[in-house]
Ligand binder design. Structure first.
Ligand code: NAD
Length: 373
């Protein structure tokens, strides 16, 4: 692959896949040509001029298809336009959740890499777009809830009296949850967190927050650190304890997800109704059904004075930071792709995210699913 094209995203997307600094690295260290669709970076704060100064050529949408071998975007933008054989689409297409998108690429002799499927291994860490976005979303969830919350996060001692610090509860202490804990701690809140993975407890405590432990947990060392099924008594105790902590929280940020499945229900309507009016819930698992029974995806609602925000994409609200992080992830991926000559045969990273090769669906996760359907 010798040339890359960077598309302008749709109107509801303010991020861009590659920023000018990365264009410079691509042209100088990978010796590739870069074509950028006119206005691609404007909404994220990157002008056409900045791209040109970094060594890119600004062109129209149709010229991106014509000139570039690697076609880069964040969203799925391909609508079956005519393109020469052998080109590769690289983006964050979420094909597991949007399977109907696959057939568009199968009609042509194209290859597709979906970066959300890059294996989450140490070697692929620099390409992990999910962690980049989760980390920013966890941060933004705290900032947003602090803005909407009816009081302050730290303790305020003034001549007019003392304001109590906010109690922030984080449900799910993965990448987004840990960043939310760190941010809420920095703002002076009292922070506690819950996760079904016991290993998360150590990370939560190392950030200075309290880890909520449910007594009676069953460990299974052969499960490789993942959660295993728990007894009905344990699950009942867990539900009661979580309800108690939600009722006392001023802000709840929920991030609990199970890859490829519906998000677990952790905040029931009765728990929301026990929260004080003026409290806030941010549900980052909303796209997968939400952790809160009342969540509406991509909307903010109010129930008994409690604001509930459903958004899995808060990182999008910081297009400059998001684009900078994604751009670094895309660079690492393209560098790796070039080193491997695009050949996925013996490479676990490319095998993990190459879904279509020359028009043929090759990813085992999809093939297995088609045959079992
Ligand atoms: P995720 O977004 O799929 O889930 C978020 C969290 O929700 C997880 O910690 C999960 O345990 C938790 N959760 C699921 N069901 C729950 C329930 N019923 N109640 C409470 N919590 C529940 O996960 P993620 O943030 O993308 O990452 C999860 C794990 O993967 C972490 O251990 C993280 O360190 C690891 N990880 C490793 C790498 C790497 O090695 N390169 C990269 C990213 C993440």
């Amino acid at each position: 692959m010798q040339s890359l094209g960077i598309f302008k995203e749709p109107a509801n997307e303010s991020r861009v896949s590659v920023i000018p600094d990365t264009v410079k690295r691509i042209t100088q260290t990978l010796n590739m040509e870069v074509w950028v669709e006119e206005g691609a970076g404007i909404r994220a704060g990157f002008t056409n001029k900045a791209y040109e100064e970094a060594g890119a050529k600004i062109v129209s949408n149709s010229n991106i298809f014509k000139n570039s071998e690697g076609l880069l975007s964040i969203n799925h933008l391909y609508r079956g336009e005519e393109v020469e054989d052998g080109k590769s689409f690289i983006g964050i297409y979420n094909l597991m959740y949007h399977r109907q998108r696959i057939s568009t690429y199968q009609k042509s002799n194209l290859s597709v890499f979906s970066l959300d499927m890059v294996p989450r291994t140490t070697k692929a860490q620099s390409m992990d777009v999910l962690s980049s976005m989760a980390s920013l979303s966890g941060y933004k969830a705290v900032i947003k809830s602090a803005e909407l919350y009816g009081s302050v996060l730290p303790m305020f001692t003034t001549a007019a009296g003392t304001l109590k610090p906010a109690k922030v509860l984080i449900l799910g202490a993965g990448v987004a949850g840990l960043q939310a804990i760190a941010t809420a701690k920095r703002l002076g809140a009292i922070v506690e967190a819950f996760d079904v993975r016991r290993a998360a407890g150590e990370e939560v405590r190392s950030l200075g927050a309290k880890f909520i432990e449910v007594p009676g947990y069953t460990e299974n060392t052969s499960a490789g650190g993942y959660a295993v099924e728990q007894s009905p008594e344990y699950l009942k105790k867990q539900k009661e304890l979580i309800h108690e902590h939600i009722s006392n929280a001023s802000i709840v940020i929920s991030t609990a997800n199970i890859p490829g499945r519906k998000a677990p229900l952790l905040i029931e309507q009765a728990s929301v109704e026990c929260m004080q009016p003026g409290s806030v819930i941010v549900d980052l698992a909303s796209e997968q059904g939400g952790n809160c029974a009342l969540t509406q995806d991509e909307r903010m609602i109010e129930h008994n004075g409690v604001k509930i925000i459903g958004s899995s994409y808060l990182a999008k609200e910081m297009p400059m930071a998001s684009s900078q992080m994604l751009s670094a992830n895309y660079f690492s991926f393209i560098k790796h792709l070039k080193q491997q000559n695009g050949n996925a045969a013996n490479d676990p990273i490319l095998q993990g995210c190459k879904v279509i090769e020359n028009g043929e669906l090759i990813h085992p996760a999809f093939i297995k699913n088609l045959t079992s359907a």
